[in-house]
Design a protein around this ligand. Structure first.
Ligand code: ATP
Length: 230
């Protein structure tokens, strides 16, 4: 469904990701892993239109994303949950959720609360007063309000306790099964590979390994570099 071909992107004249080929199927969870500074965030930004692609193409369900505005790309069904959540701290949870919605606003709130029932008693609370885990739930829930075909989540686990991460990632299979495929950038490689069907490893801006997540979990290079297994 998402088809990225030869994508190169960066900042000004500085290229950060080179010649990336990547696909995400309908209702699939795909992980993108790699060391700090490899270009994972940059790749997501190029896909959601925050950055222009220098070359290459990205298509979602046969429609081009490259060359379009952030709004158009969101309208085509791409939601981006950025690193650090980026909620509006001075607005309530309900207001943050509504900012993600385009239609059926109340019905969509009910739908996302089924996935994250912890948010229900907090709808009228300021988002800035939520715990880190609740903020991440709110950021993902906000992304789901527009019923995207693809949700890109950057560093889901950042700053969260493992038990909270487990609670959130446990929801991702239902999200994917509900029609929103997930492209997950994650430092916690064990969690990412346990959850995803396939994964890509990005190092210094290039995809160096890819395959079924189970194969990558068993790959000695992944084990040494990312799982601390000698
Ligand atoms: P991390 O997990 O640390 O966020 P990452 O794989 O997501 O790493 P990026 O954030 O995409 O990596 O960064 C890739 C490279 O792009 C880094 O060398 C970084 O310094 C550079 N970079 C990131 N943002 C900018 C920017 N706004 N302007 C110029 N260079 C940038």
């Amino acid at each position: 469904m998402l088809e990225v071909r030869g994508l190169t992107a960066g900042y000004g004249r500085v290229r950060v990701v080179w010649d990336v080929d990547l696909t995400v199927g309908e209702r699939e969870i795909v992980a993108l892993i790699g060391p700090n500074g490899a270009g994972k965030t940059t790749l997501l930004r190029a896909l959601s239109g925050v950055l222009p692609a220098a070359s290459g193409t990205a298509m979602l369900a046969d429609r081009p994303l490259t060359g379009r505005s952030i709004e158009d790309i969101a309208g085509l069904g791409v939601a981006h949950v950025p690193e650090g959540r980026r909620l509006f701290p001075g607005l309530t949870v309900r207001q943050n959720l509504l900012l993600g919605a385009w239609r059926h606003r109340t019905a969509e709130i009910d739908r996302v609360l089924e996935l994250f029932p912890q948010l229900a008693p907090r709808l009228n609370q300021l988002a800035g007063s939520l715990s880190g885990g609740e903020q991440q739930m709110c950021a993902i829930a906000r992304g789901l309000m527009s019923r995207p075909r693809l949700m890109m989540i950057d560093e889901l686990s950042l700053g969260l306790a493992p038990i909270i991460v487990d609670e959130i990632v446990m929801r991702l299979p239902s999200i994917a099964a509900g029609g929103t495929a997930v492209l997950l950038v994650e430092q916690d490689v064990d969690t990412a590979l346990s959850l995803a069907s396939r994964a890509y490893v990005l190092e210094t801006g290039r995809i160096v390994l890819q395959g079924p997540a189970a194969d990558l979990l068993a790959d000695s290079r992944v084990q040494e570099s990312y799982l601390g297994i000698p």
